[in-house]
Write a protein that binds this ligand. Structure first.
Ligand code: ZN
Length: 299
């Protein structure tokens, strides 16, 4: 019976894809910037990102879950749950230190990729990153294309190049592109420093290139772009309970997204996954506590 239900859900999604009637957009590109504190946005020279803020909706008060570390928050961003539930508790967790409250048939707390795989098996999905820690959190066996940029030191824009190529060749329905370098600058030079803002400006250029790739691929008008982060930072670190470490941007723009500016609703890290699930009409598991930011959509 369960198989029949899954088959029906998959078929429903197939026809949905064909008709594009229930999806708010055929494509979602989520760009994640590690260590991007919301405090930096007003001061930063990031014209492309500010253009997305002007054309869509955003909050500079999305909160990370605690502790405000990387693996914990990348996990919550993708899996719609809090630390106590998914069980990843340290900056570099590869397996949950607390057993996950539920696991799927691949043995991992269900992520947005798990939902796409089970409910829309025809969908093309990608997860691309510089920090390998992300691959332990996302349910890689449910993802069409997993790729790590290995050569940042020789080629700083390698991840951006990989994303451009993947978007043009595969026109993915959902891809997350996760940049790590801002977090490094935060640890070495410090947050809220000239070097930090220089790196943000560089990343803004990568965002512009990814948008150009969407236009080259002919899918820009049917795409929703999301920009967000795992956590912010203060001085040369993060993990604490200051708002500089916990408040992160969430920016969304594109097809069927209102030009609404800053929204006032509260948003948590785990609401990110639910918002993406909402775009694709995916039923979220009971174990998720994320709330979709439905107010940002025009329909
Ligand atoms: Zn991080």
């Amino acid at each position: 019976m369960k198989k029949i239900i899954l088959l029906l859900m998959a078929l429903g999604c197939f026809f949905t894809t064909a008709n594009a009637s229930k999806w708010k957009a055929e494509h979602v590109v989520m760009i994640g910037i590690d260590g991007w504190g919301a405090y930096s946005v007003p001061k930063a020279d990031i014209p492309t990102i500010k253009q997305l803020m002007d054309s869509g909706c955003y909050t500079l008060k999305k909160r990370s879950v605690l502790p405000s570390e990387s693996a914990i928050n990348w996990a919550s961003m993708f899996n719609g749950a809090g630390t106590e539930m998914h069980g990843y508790t340290t900056w570099g967790s590869r397996t949950p230190e607390i057993p996950s409250m539920v696991v799927n048939e691949r043995g991992i707390f269900p992520t947005i990729y798990s939902l796409m795989y089970e409910q829309c098996p025809q969908a093309e999905t990608g997860c691309m990153f510089e920090w390998e820690g992300i691959k332990y959190l996302v349910d890689t066996l449910a993802i069409s294309h997993v790729a790590q940029a290995m050569g940042y030191n020789e080629q700083p824009d390698q991840l951006c190049c990989m994303a451009e190529t993947y978007i043009k060749e595969k026109k993915p329905n959902f891809v997350a592109v996760c940049f790590d370098q801002l977090d490094h600058v935060g640890h070495v030079d410090g947050h809220d420093t000239p070097a930090y803002y220089r790196m943000l400006n560089t990343l803004d250029g990568y965002v512009a290139r990814i948008i150009a790739a969407l236009k080259d691929a002919g899918i820009y008008d049917d795409t929703i772009i999301i920009l967000t982060s795992d956590h912010g930072g203060i001085n040369k670190g993060h993990g604490g309970i200051t708002l500089a470490e916990m408040e992160i941007p969430f920016i969304i723009a594109g097809k069927n997204v209102k030009q609404g500016g800053a929204f006032q609703e509260t948003m948590m890290q785990f609401d990110t996954a639910s918002t993406i699930a909402c775009i694709f009409g995916l039923k979220q598991p009971q174990a998720w506590i994320g709330r979709p930011m439905t107010q940002v959509f025009s329909k």
